[in-house]
Design a protein around this ligand. Structure first.
Ligand SMILES: Cc1cc2nc3c(=O)[nH]c(=O)nc-3n(C[C@H](O)[C@H](O)[C@H](O)COP(=O)(O)OP(=O)(O)OC[C@H]3O[C@@H](n4cnc5c(N)ncnc54)[C@H](O)[C@@H]3O)c2cc1C
Length: 314
């Protein structure tokens, strides 16, 4: 997500840009998840940060821009529902601005919402593979080179430019931006980024979630499948009971899905800094890193990429 958004933003400038992906775009890494929510009203408090609100606005701006140029970004501006888990949470959420509070009887009846909840009218969800495909197609059309199945190795400096060892061809650049997600790279010193795994399961049912739900457990329906996520676990510690826990957690909010058969399981790794801020940092002359997007890479990448493109090329 980070690399594709940045390539898209950089394609608007008169610069020669090459995007290097070690696999196939959107087939690995955290951005290969089946669905992603676009919701800035996160965490227990439900309060939105300035960054997340800026991310939301930029996300829809880019989706619109792609559509205008004939690329379908796979986004749905459905709104996002957050359901309160208890009376105390409901009391505190009723004071939030920027969202619409719903009393219990105002929440669509398919959900269990005894304490009410709120609607994020500007929220929605996205099919990541579609968005990545649209960004890459639009960037390519404006001259960005896309090298897939090409692993970027060591960087060497040579008379003010970088030589990038890689598995496909000889590459030199004045500017290099690492967008490697939760992966290590031989030319990146340890950045103090922690890695946390998370699962997402697909449930098969004709009864869907008419609105995606966000919170400690989140879910959205795509076709006749509902995807559910929300757990966090150490990367090397498998949890065979994760799917059952996710289904049960969803079942409290959406009882009609409690017995839906599980069709698949996806696991990804979130990279994050201790203070949860994204990493957008200059490491040296012409050398940058853009990542640690934690659980909000889809929400914030468009905004951060635009900022970074401005810094790189002004
Ligand atoms: C379970 C789960 C649920 C989530 N839900 C949401 C959500 O609802 N909404 C939201 O906004 N965010 C969500 N996120 C977070 C989001 O998925 C991430 O923040 C985002 O995908 C990170 O994007 P990225 O580009 O930084 O990393 P990645 O998607 O991991 O991309 C890094 C890419 O770099 C490539 N790469 C690595 N090393 C090299 C190399 N040496 N050479 C070439 N290529 C290389 C990798 O192959 C990979 O494709 C979720 C994450 C998880 C795990």
């Amino acid at each position: 997500m980070a690399g594709c958004h940045l390539a898209f933003e950089l394609s608007k400038f008169p610069a020669e840009v090459t995007l290097i992906e070690q696999g196939r775009i959107g087939r690995q890494g955290a951005s290969s998840l089946p669905v992603a929510l676009i919701n800035p009203y996160r965490g227990r408090s439900g309060r939105a940060s300035e960054l997340d609100l800026a991310g939301l606005a930029s996300f829809w701006r880019v989706a619109e821009e792609l559509r205008q140029h004939g690329y379908e970004p796979g986004t749905t501006r459905s709104g996002v529902l957050r359901i309160a888990s208890n009376r105390r949470q409901a009391n505190s959420w009723q004071k939030l601005s920027g969202v619409r509070w719903l009393e219990s009887q105002e929440v669509p009846a398919i959900y269990n919402a005894p304490y009410g909840g709120f609607m994020v009218e500007q929220g929605g969800w996205v099919m990541p593979n579609r968005l990545l495909g649209a960004l890459v197609a639009a960037a390519r059309q404006r001259g960005v080179r896309i090298l897939e199945n090409c692993r970027a190795g060591q960087l060497e400096t040579h008379t003010g430019t970088y030589r990038i060892a890689n598995s496909c061809e000889s590459l030199e650049a004045d500017l290099v931006v690492f967008c490697v997600g939760a992966d290590d790279h031989p030319s990146l010193a340890p950045l103090g980024v922690e890695r946390v795994a998370g699962d997402m399961i697909g449930l098969s049912s004709k009864a869907l979630l008419p609105l995606p739900i966000a919170g400690a457990v989140y879910g959205a329906s795509r076709g006749e499948q509902t995807f559910v996520g929300g757990n966090h676990r150490p990367i090397h510690q498998e949890d065979p009971s994760a799917p059952e826990k996710l289904r049960n957690a969803l079942g409290w909010f959406a009882p009609h899905l409690k017995r839906a058969p599980q069709t698949n399981r996806w696991t990804g790794v979130r990279a994050r800094q201790a203070d949860r801020t994204p990493l957008l940092e200059q490491l040296g002359p012409g050398l940058w890193v853009f990542g640690a997007l934690a659980g909000r890479g889809f929400l914030c990448s468009a905004h951060l990429s635009r900022q970074l493109a401005g810094k790189l090329l002004v």
